[in-house]
Each structure stands twice: as structure tokens, then as C-alpha cells.
Design a protein around this ligand. Structure first.
Ligand code: NAG
Ligand code: NAG
Ligand code: NAG
Ligand code: NAG
Ligand code: NAG
Ligand code: NAG
Length: 557
């Protein structure tokens, strides 16, 4: 008999929890280091990209399970973060834009750090974890989620300021913004500040401290690509390649298009006179953006080295679970698209590394910060590609909350019922701990894992407009629901009623179908090809059945 793993079949999972908890009984509960990069697509070596220099993330990946198919629930910071921090999907947090606080607008849902706090942890946040402002109640959800007020770097206030060197020494508000840090306001940058504060936190810990949940949220590689200029030399411009398909595909419905307005409002892109809504951006500038995105990742990687080294120095690597992810992906010119704001594979797919000492590898060691003097930089040939423990099981960011809870041995979460607005603690995800076991132990074999994962994105209209990227829910007329199976991505754009925030599944404006076996760039829309009628029909049914029907099955014989 097959039952749903998450909703019912709990026995095996309980056994697992006991095994895991035992590993930590010498030192009490494990600490959690929870790392989120902003707008971060999976481009590290552990995801098969030989170009990126990120030795500290590579080292983490070698001692982690690498989730090769992890997806956000909506490719926009606020909705994605509120979703994964509460383990509810956007339709349950009622947040598809950046204008509401879920506790007031949807339900008083308990968050991931709050749950740890309520179970004896010291929880502290550095940088961007919650989307700041209204979305987290103007307090970054303090005091509910955090033991002390979150640290927000002071220099983030210059995000929309003219601080980037432009032509003839003029300062501009640019997308591409390599800087001499000592000339910047306060002589520093946001992620450097967050790192320093996180390291200070670690240095102050004592052996008698409560277990901690340390959340570290980096602002890069989000635009502006503002990073110390010396990172540019890691990526010579003449070695930068454009996306494989960097032109707009003919079969793409206009409603799917995000016109990357966040880029257009910045001085450097503005001066290119790129036509609205489709562009394209001149190839030389495309390369500059790709180069700066890569350099931003290396910059964050180097900062991460400081944090890992501080933990190691404290002797705490051995009982700290580290999870690294991004809130959503970012298009780097694929199909002439940039930024997020869409339902494509490149914008919904995220990196996810989970390191559990003793289970997934050694505690982190040998991590370091590289100095800016030339000869110290790691070059690509230096980095060994060890065997990564990769899982292809489909997972979603809503799965993080129940998974960390299970790994730490806290009371596991129940699956949310159909309507859960008045229930503070439940999950619309599913613990991925069985996948960690499957990837690390030859004795566990998981079959019938999640059969699909789900993302969504609203639009104000069928044709791209200036607010197509970030429409307010009250101005939205269309909702794009997207499903990703082992083999396909299928998206339907359907009618959305802004008066009551519901949808009409009978009014379908457009469909997209992409083979993920042959076309992970989503370049060839097969939805109207008669040869794929059958698969379109099957996926349309599966999309309407929703995430519950796609949960893993457990064989209970
Ligand atoms: C929401 O829940 C928290 C505890 O999780 C509680 O302190 C607070 O009073 C609740 N707020 C409302 C409006 O119910
Ligand atoms: C960075 O700016 C400082 C202060 O203006 C200057 O002394 C230094 O030479 C600059 N460094 C580089 C590499 O341009
Ligand atoms: C953009 O348009 C302005 C005003 O029409 C013009 O001065 C400028 O040269 C144009 N720039 C490019 C890169 O075409
Ligand atoms: C579990 O591990 C086996 C052996 O490595 C692999 O073939 C299988 O795909 C894995 N299952 C999942 C769901 O990851
Ligand atoms: C939530 O509301 C439903 C009906 O609105 C009710 O049946 C249920 O008991 C409530 N649950 C809680 C935990 O208050
Ligand atoms: C939402 O509003 C639309 C338009 O007024 C209406 O047709 C629909 O029935 C409403 N749906 C619900 C669930 O109230």
C-alpha cells in the first residue's frame, strides 16, 4: 500500500531522527547556520559550472548533499522569503508582491527561526533574511523570530544612490558597479558589514551558550552588482560567454515575459536606450553584467570563508548544520531575459547545499579568505572536483523548515490542512531528510519521491507593461502557475480576480511546455505542438491537483 510520506508515513522518519539526534548528544542540539544569497542561481562547481571561482562554497558542497533540483515558490524576494520562512506557499501567505505582512494579512504563522527560538535556541539574523519593511512588519519580524533585533547593514541605504564610478569620473546609479571600497560611503559595503557582525557573534560564543540559529543573508549577487573591483580580474571579459540562446524565442507568450524594469531604471542601462519591453541589450553590456554577477558571487564566497573559519576556530564546525540557498534564480540573458520576475527554469531554480557533520561529510575546515594581492587568488586549475553527493530528487524552498526541524530533532511539523489560516504551525512542504539519507547511505533507497514542484507569478496584463515585473496583487489580472516534473516544465497563465485574490482555472490565456531533458533553457515552447497534446493534458491535470497530490509516497508493506 502506498501512503503519502509527509502526510502519513512517519515511522521510518522517526527512526531517522533518532539516529541523527544521537550524533549530537555529546553536545546537545546542533547549531544551525542558515545562509541565503539574494538572486542566486546555481552556478557553482557542484552544479557543473567550471567557470565560477567560489572555493569556500565548493568546500561546503563537498561536505554537503547538493540538491540539484531545488525550486522557489515565487521568483521575487518578498514572496519567496515569506514562503520559505513560514513553509507556506504564496497562495497561503497571501503575498505575491511586497506590500503585506503575513501575520496581519493571512495568518499568524510561526516562522522557521521562531520555531527554533521557541525550542530553546538563540536566534539571530545578520543582513537580509526576511524581506525588510512592511513585508516583515517593519521590525524584520522581531521579536517573534529573533532573540535580539536583527542586524541590518547601514550601507544598504546606498542601494539606489549614485555611488558607482561612471564615465569621466561622474558618480552614477548603475547596475554594473565594481568599486574601490575605500571610496564608498562609510568605506565599506553591506555584505562586508554583515560578515563582520556574524563573525563577532561567533567569536563571543562560549561552550555553555545555548544552541544557536544564525541566519546570514547576503545582498549579493542582487543588483546593483556593487563589489570590490579587484574581483573583476577573476573573470577576464574576453572569456565571458553569452547565454546559449540569447534571443527572444518565437513561441513565447507575451504574458510570460518580464521586461526587467529594475535594470532599465539604472543610469548605465538607461543610457543604452534599450527598447521596451523586449530589448535586446547590446552584447558588450550583456558580458559586463555576466562578469559582474560572477564577480559578486566570488566576493560573497570570500566573505563566507571568514565565517566558516571563525566557526572552525571556535571548534563548532562539528556540531553545526549549514544550509546555503538563494531566494530565487536570475536570468543572465537566456531568451533575451534578465532578472527574475518569471516562471522560467533559470529564475525558479535555486542552489541548495545542506551539510550535516558526520552524515554528509566532514565538518567544514580549510576554508579561508583570499587577500587581494594577485598571487593569492585560487585559479581554476587549483580546485579539485571531488565527488559531490548530488541528489536529483525534486525539492522546494517550503521544504527547508520541516527538514531543519527534523535534522535538529525538534518536534516534526504536520502537513497543513486545505485551509490553514488559523493554524500557526504546519507545513506545505515536506522534509527532504530522506533524500539526504538516500544520497549518503547505500542502505536507504527512496523511490516515489515528490513527483512535481510548484511555482507561480502574477501579471497585471497579457502584454508587458512597466509593472509586469512586480505588479501589486490588487492590480493583477493573471496568475501564472508552473509545475516542474522530472522531465518537463509546464506553465499556465490563468485569470486572477484582484477583488478576492482567487483564480479562474477555466480561463487559460496561455500555456508553455518545455522539455527539461533537452531544453533546460526553456527556448522551445512545445505547448501548441500537436505531438505534445497528451503530455500537456496530463500536466494540466497535475497542475490543478496541486502540491498535495505530488507529495512523496511511502511503501508501507
Ligand atoms: C501571533 O503569535 C505570537 C506568538 O507566535 C503572539 O505572541 C502574538 O500575540 C500573535 N498575534 C496575534 C495578532 O494573534
Ligand atoms: C582606492 O581609493 C583610495 C582612496 O582614494 C586610494 O588611496 C587607492 O589608491 C585606491 N585604490 C585603487 C586600487 O585604485
Ligand atoms: C540614446 O539616446 C540619446 C538621446 O536620444 C542619445 O543622445 C544617445 O547617444 C543614445 N545612446 C545610445 C547608446 O544610442
Ligand atoms: C536514491 O539513490 C539511488 C542510488 O544512488 C539513486 O539511483 C536514486 O535516484 C535516489 N533516489 C532519489 C529520489 O534521489
Ligand atoms: C480553524 O477554523 C476552522 C473553521 O474555520 C475550525 O474548524 C478549526 O477548528 C479552527 N482551528 C483552530 C486551530 O482554531
Ligand atoms: C471572486 O470574484 C469574482 C469576480 O467578482 C467572482 O466571479 C468569483 O466568484 C469570486 N470568487 C470567490 C471564491 O469568491
Amino acid at each position: 500500500m502506498w501512503t503519502q510520506w509527509c502526510a502519513g508515513g512517519r515511522q521510518t522518519v522517526f527512526l531517522l531522527v533518532q539516529v541523527l539526534v544521537l550524533k549530537f548528544t555529546c553536545c546537545g542540539r546542533p547549531n544551525i547556520l542558515f545562509i541565503v544569497l539574494d538572486d542566486f542561481r546555481p552556478i557553482m562547481r557542484s552544479y557543473g559550472n567550471q567557470l565560477i571561482i567560489a572555493p569556500n562554497m565548493d568546500n561546503l558542497a563537498r561536505n554537503s548533499v547538493v540538491f540539484n533540483r531545488a525550486y522557489t515558490q515565487q521568483a521575487l524576494c518578498g514572496p519567496s522569503r515569506t514562503s520559505f520562512l513560514t513553509s507556506r506557499r504564496p497562495d497561503t501567505t497571501k503575498l505575491w508582491d511586497v506590500h503585506y505582512y503575513w501575520r496581519k494579512s493571512a495568518g499568524n504563522y510561526t516562522t522557521l527561526p521562531q520555531y527554533f527560538k521557541e525550542h530553546g535556541y538563540h536566534t539571530e539574523s545578520f543582513g537580509k533574511i526576511f524581506h525588510p519593511g512592511i513585508v516583515s512588519g517593519k521590525t524584520t519580524d522581531y521579536p517573534y523570530s529573533w532573540s535580539v533585533p536583527p542586524y541590518l547593514p547601514s550601507t544598504q541605504q546606498y542601494k539606489m544612490k549614485k555611488v558607482c564610478p561612471g564615465a569621466r569620473g561622474k558618480l552614477q546609479m548603475n547596475v554594473v558597479c565594481p568599486v574601490n571600497v575605500s571610496t564608498q560611503p562609510e568605506h565599506t559595503l553591506p555584505d562586508i558589514q554583515s560578515t563582520q557582525h556574524a563573525v563577532q557573534f561567533i567569536e563571543k560564543l562560549s561552550k555553555e551558550s545555548q544552541p544557536f540559529f544564525l541566519a546570514l543573508g547576503y545582498h549579493k549577487p542582487h543588483i546593483p552588482f556593487k563589489f570590490p573591483q579587484e574581483y573583476l580580474k577573476l573573470y577576464p571579459l574576453d572569456e565571458i560567454k553569452l547565454a546559449k540562446f540569447h534571443t527572444k524565442p518565437r513561441g513565447l507568450p507575451s504574458v510570460a515575459w518580464n521586461p526587467w524594469t529594475d535594470l532599465r531604471e539604472r543610469d548605465d542601462v538607461k543610457s543604452l536606450n534599450v527598447s521596451f519591453p523586449f530589448g535586446p541589450i547590446p552584447e558588450h553590456f550583456q558580458k559586463l553584467m555576466i562578469q559582474s554577477y560572477y564577480a559578486s558571487v566570488s566576493y560573497v564566497d570570500n566573505l563566507l570563508g571568514e565565517v566558516f573559519a571563525a566557526l572552525e576556530k571556535k571548534g563548532m564546525s562539528g556540531n553545526t548544520i549549514t544550509l546555503l540557498t538563494g531566494d530565487h534564480g536570475w536570468a543572465l540573458g537566456e531568451n533575451q531575459e534578465w532578472s527574475k520576475f518569471s516562471n522560467f527554469e533559470v529564475t525558479t531554480r535555486v542552489p541548495l547545499l545542506v551539510s550535516v557533520p558526520g552524515l554528509t561529510g566532514k565538518p567544514l575546515s580549510g576554508t579561508r579568505k583570499y587577500s587581494s594581492s594577485d598571487k593569492d587568488w585560487p585559479d581554476r586549475s587549483m580546485v579539485q572536483d571531488n565527488q559531490y553527493k548530488i541528489t536529483n530528487g525534486l525539492v522546494e524552498l517550503v521544504d527547508i523548515f520541516p527538514s531543519l526541524v527534523e535534522l535538529a530533532g525538534l518536534p516534526i511539523l504536520k502537513t497543513c490542512p486545505q485551509t490553514s489560516f488559523n493554524i500557526t504551525i504546519c507545513t506545505e512542504g515536506c522534509s527532504f531528510v530522506p533524500l539526504i539519507k538516500n544520497a549518503t547511505s547505500p542502505h536507504t533507497v527512496i523511490k516515489n519521491w515528490k513527483s512535481a514542484v510548484f511555482s507561480q507569478y502574477p501579471r497585471p496584463s497579457l502584454q508587458p507593461e512597466t509593472d509586469s515585473d512586480q505588479p501589486r496583487a490588487v492590480d493583477s489580472r493573471v496568475m501564472g502557475y508552473s509545475i516542474r516534473t522530472d522531465s518537463h516544465r509546464y506553465t499556465e497563465w490563468i485569470q486572477f480576480y484582484p477583488n478576492n485574490f482567487t483564480v479562474n482555472w477555466n480561463n487559460v490565456y496561455a500555456r508553455e511546455l518545455y522539455s527539461q531533458v533537452t531544453d533546460s533553457e526553456d527556448h522551445h515552447n512545445l505547448a501548441s505542438d500537436p505531438r505534445y497534446l497528451d503530455i500537456v493534458h496530463k500536466l494540466a491535470v497535475k497542475l490543478r491537483q496541486g502540491w498535495r497530490a505530488a507529495l512523496p509516497l511511502l511503501n508501507q508493506t
